[in-house]
Design a protein around this ligand. Structure first.
Ligand code: COA
Length: 153
């Protein structure tokens, strides 16, 4: 089995949108309004020259991570993990951890010193994943229902 991680390109976007929708328990139906809204959101990352990394198993995308610079206090200048999604059938096999490692190593190479993210308070699986990875919860009195995690490189 061959596993690769590379920067995403425009033609990956529909597949990454599907990964995101399925990982969130949505339909992944390319004809739905939700799918098209998500596709526009992800495509904007590339339009704005932000980093999106795609992970492939035998050349088939199974996960992606989108990251950009944070521009809001108190995390200005942090690398901001916007999206990290692994297809349900590939979860809990170490792929998310490997992809996040690769993404953060790349950001460190670009000069970033720390990273942050927000996740839903009730997303216990993701929270456990980030905590196991080494992220620490940071209470900033942000929007209710979300928790913020940070990590220093
Ligand atoms: C969260 C997510 C990105 C993790 O990726 P993954 O490939 O499934 O995770 P890994 O296999 O690399 O997990 C590494 C460790 O994190 C922890 N972990 C990961 N998923 C977990 C879960 N659902 N519940 C509890 N712990 C979990 C475990 O300790 C795991 O190690 P172990 O399997 O040896 O016990 C992925 O499961 C996913 O896409 N989930 C749905 C979407 C989502 O919630 N995304 C994050 C939004 S911010």
């Amino acid at each position: 089995m061959r596993v690769d991680i590379r920067p995403a390109i425009y033609s990956d976007m529909p597949k990454l949108t599907r990964i995101k929708q399925l990982a969130r328990g949505e339909t992944g139906d390319p004809n739905s309004a939700a799918f098209n809204a998500e596709l526009r959101y992800l495509t904007a990352f590339l339009d704005e020259r932000q980093s999106v990394f795609v992970q492939l198993v035998d050349r088939v995308p199974i996960a992606f991570c989108a990251i950009r610079e944070c521009s809001t206090k108190p995390f200005i200048g942090y690398a901001y993990i916007k999206d990290l999604y692994v297809l349900p059938e590939w979860q809990r096999k170490g792929y998310g951890r490997k992809l996040l490692m690769h993404t953060l190593r790349t950001m460190r190479g670009k000069g970033y010193l720390n990273a942050m993210l927000d996740t839903a308070e009730d997303n216990t699986g993701a929270r456990r994943f980030y905590e196991r990875f080494g992220f620490e919860k940071r209470d900033i009195g942000g929007s209710s229902g979300y928790v913020t995690y940070v990590i220093d490189f």
